[in-house]
Design a protein around this ligand. Structure first.
Ligand SMILES: Cc1cc2nc3c(=O)[nH]c(=O)nc-3n(C[C@H](O)[C@H](O)[C@H](O)COP(=O)(O)OP(=O)(O)OC[C@H]3O[C@@H](n4cnc5c(N)ncnc54)[C@H](O)[C@@H]3O)c2cc1C
Length: 391
């Protein structure tokens, strides 16, 4: 059977569903093809931290735009995202203090509510945090975290309301091209025709790009997240903390839990096949993350381990995505490789993709920074002041 659409989106994670919503809103007849279920990839297991601490103007603007969507989700998308405003704290070593100030100034310049605060002020915001080794911290009162599964299903519902169709359990097995132009895709024996095909398959991004003859430097790397039950007297929700000194991030989770993960570029070396890897949490990770957590938040010495899981990031050489038409004028679009920080940008990415695909002359977000050719040009995305993977 052949189905005909204006645009086919491969992959129903946050990027696919947000893009589908935006394109359908603009009147395009859209299909999303998902090999398993909505949110089954990296999105469903995301820590879903929504912070705006970025070291590039574009990503900072995208984070701010997206935050406004999360804050007004019911009106802008419909349904729920589970966004909880807890505030966000970034901690860096004294040697990176100038960089922290410069980044906060950059964030302020695009309208983000962020400030540098003293260790004493930090103590007031989050009593119990160890601040002795700090000169200052960055504070974003408006940030927090969302529920990634709720968010992606709400985007999918919103896309459907606008007329998009979502085909689950539908794995794309071929991308059909003729004369350098995309004609559609096959999912087993089913044919889907469209002059526009968008690859939002995250960690499968390279695999799917290959179907269109495109080599994309994206690989899946295994990452873990552990939960710790906070001890008595510490049940109240706490802000999100990105501690670049101890290379750990942690945030509140329902049920007086703290969710923790590492900020570790070497995670990129744990290359896996996203269809065949261990989703079980390693006991070494529980100890390692626990130790780093206690170093910054000593009360957690009395916490109890409460499980966790492994998932994967879709990593590119600079930890930024490929958002581009490849090759130019082919109708095949890449939108994959958001590494460990894509969730919070999802609403803005949908807008960016819709502008790109409809060839908007004045796009809200210029995709140039994320162009495919930057790897061959050796012009990777780097913030001026990066302590680690800030983006
Ligand atoms: C543990 C963890 C913690 C994270 N924490 C944060 C955070 O705190 N803040 C933040 O902003 N970001 C975070 N991220 C990153 C963020 O979650 C991802 O960048 C984002 O969710 C990626 O979304 P996506 O739509 O690109 O990919 P995915 O969600 O992986 O979606 C891709 C989809 O494509 C489908 N697919 C693949 N191949 C095919 C095919 N051939 N045919 C059809 N469908 C196919 C897959 O089944 C999948 O559903 C985290 C990620 C993880 C794993």
């Amino acid at each position: 059977m052949t189905h005909t659409f204006d645009a086919i989106i491969i992959g129903a994670g946050i990027m696919g569903c947000s893009t589908a919503f935006q394109l359908a809103q603009r009147g395009l007849k859209v299909a999303v093809l998902e090999k398993s279920q909505i949110g089954a990839g990296g999105t469903g297991k995301s820590s879903a931290i929504i912070r705006q601490h970025y070291s590039n103007k574009l990503t900072a603007r995208m984070a701010l735009y997206s935050l406004r969507v999360f804050q007004n989700f019911e009106e802008t998308v419909g349904g729920e995202s589970g966004f909880i405003q807890t505030g966000f704290i970034a901690l860096v070593a004294a040697k990176d203090h100038a960089g922290l100030e410069a980044n906060v100034a950059l964030q302020q310049s695009v309208g983000i509510k962020a400030e540098i605060i003293s260790p004493e002020a930090l103590q007031e915001i989050m009593p119990g945090l160890k601040t002795k080794d700090l000169v200052a911290a960055a504070w974003e009162p408006e940030s927090g975290y969302a529920d990634p599964y709720l968010t992606v299903t709400s985007f999918a519902q919103a896309a459907r309301r606008e007329g998009a169709r979502i085909f689950q359990n539908t794995r794309v097995t071929a991308v059909r091209m003729a004369g350098g132009k995309v004609m559609g895709v096959n999912a087993g024996s089913e044919r889907f025709d469209a002059p526009i095909v968008i690859n939002t398959t995250g960690a499968w991004g390279a695999q799917v790009a290959k179907l269109a003859g495109v080599e994309a430097p994206i690989h899946a790397c295994r990452v873990q997240v552990a939960f710790y039950r906070r001890p008595k007297g510490h049940e109240a929700a706490h802000p999100v903390v990105a501690d670049f000194i101890n290379a750990i991030y942690f945030r509140d989770e329902t049920g007086a839990l703290t969710l923790a993960g590492l900020i570790d570029p070497s995670e990129a070396e744990a290359v896996i096949d996203p269809d065949d890897y261990s989703e079980q949490l390693d006991s070494e990770f529980v100890l390692e993350a626990g130790e780093r957590l206690v170093t910054r938040y000593p009360a957690m010495e009395q916490s109890q381990s409460a499980g966790g899981y492994a998932s994967f990031y879709a990593i590119t050489p600079d930890w930024h995505p490929i958002v581009d038409e490849v090759p130019a004028e082919s109708g095949f679009f890449m939108c994959s490789g958001f590494s460990g920080h894509g969730f919070k940008l999802g609403p803005a990415v949908g807008h960016m993709m819709a502008d790109l695909v409809t060839r908007e002359s004045e796009p809200l977000f210029d995709h140039h920074l994320f162009r495919y050719s930057r790897f061959a040009e050796d012009d990777l995305v780097r913030g001026q002041y990066e302590y680690s993977i800030v983006g």
